[in-house]
Ligand binder design. Structure first.
Ligand SMILES: [Zn+2]
Ligand SMILES: [Zn+2]
Length: 259
């Protein structure tokens, strides 16, 4: 079959490209900026639209806006959007005034390096891979509590090894739950809520330090238990008190935590 040649020399000469649009970081709009004390009238509206189709009413000048994927957002919705993105595509956008996804995103950002380092150690020991889940709304516990959660886990072909999550229940927005292997190991006070403004770094830092300490202790313990499980019947243990099965111990801990 004879195909017409399509070399570049035969292509029709292209239209001259229009000048590229300025990046979202510097593009100038014409709306009053919502930045505190800012009088600039170069604001562009926050592009966030929630699951009910309501658009964020704020606009931001180049110095006060947040940008995700070359799109302008307020800081709350930039954090919300980046936190909820996953490789499986976009999920329903939380309500306009819901600050929990952004709160979890800000805390997770500060804690992520430490959590990932701890879990990577476990991955190396157990030959597993690290998987990171975006912020999601899940229904947890017997009461099916609506909860916002961000998680990291170590996985192998047979399932999840260790899992760490940072969560906030909708009914209890002042508490940050630290979960390890599906168990709530601590309830810490959430940073004070300043209407969707990112909390001060020192406040988050303090919270993250407590979290990382607790997670490290809990996972060290868990790893020791797992190693003991895997160890072949050791002769020196014979006659001594055998370790209780892990399930039993986990149950006992669980009972003391669950409300
Ligand atoms: Zn401004
Ligand atoms: Zn917004």
């Amino acid at each position: 079959m004879h195909l017409p040649s399509q070399g570049p020399q035969d292509a029709p000469s292209p239209e001259p490209d229009p000048p590229p649009a300025p990046s979202a970081y510097v593009a100038r709009g014409s709306v009053q900026c919502h930045g505190m004390g800012c009088s600039a009238r170069t604001g562009i509206a926050c592009a966030y639209v929630d699951r009910r189709g309501r658009a964020c009413p704020t606009a931001w000048c180049p110095s006060h806006r947040s940008v995700v994927d070359d799109t302008v957002y307020c800081s709350l919705h930039a954090a919300t959007i980046s936190a909820m993105r996953s490789e499986y595509g976009d999920t329903a956008h939380p309500d306009l005034d819901n600050r929990l996804p952004a709160m979890i995103a800000w805390i997770s950002q500060a804690a992520e390096d430490d959590i990932v380092a701890i879990l990577q150690g476990i991955c190396r020991d157990r030959g597993e891979v690290l998987v990171s889940d975006p912020v999601r709304r899940v229904l947890l516990g017997t009461g099916r509590q609506p909860t916002w959660e961000r998680a990291w886990k170590t996985c192998s072909a047979v399932g999840v090894g260790a899992r760490v999550a940072i969560a906030v229940e909708e009914a209890q927005p002042t508490e940050v739950l630290i979960k390890v292997n599906a168990q709530v190991i601590a309830r810490l006070t959430a940073p004070p809520d300043h209407l969707g403004v990112e909390p001060a770094p020192e406040v988050v830092e303090l919270l993250v330090r407590q979290m990382v300490l607790l997670i490290t202790m809990y996972l060290n313990n868990w790893q020791e238990e797992m190693e003991a499980e895997l160890r072949p019947e050791s002769t020196e243990l014979k006659g001594e008190r055998a370790p209780r099965p892990i399930a039993g111990r986990a149950q006992a801990k669980k009972r003391s935590r669950i409300r």
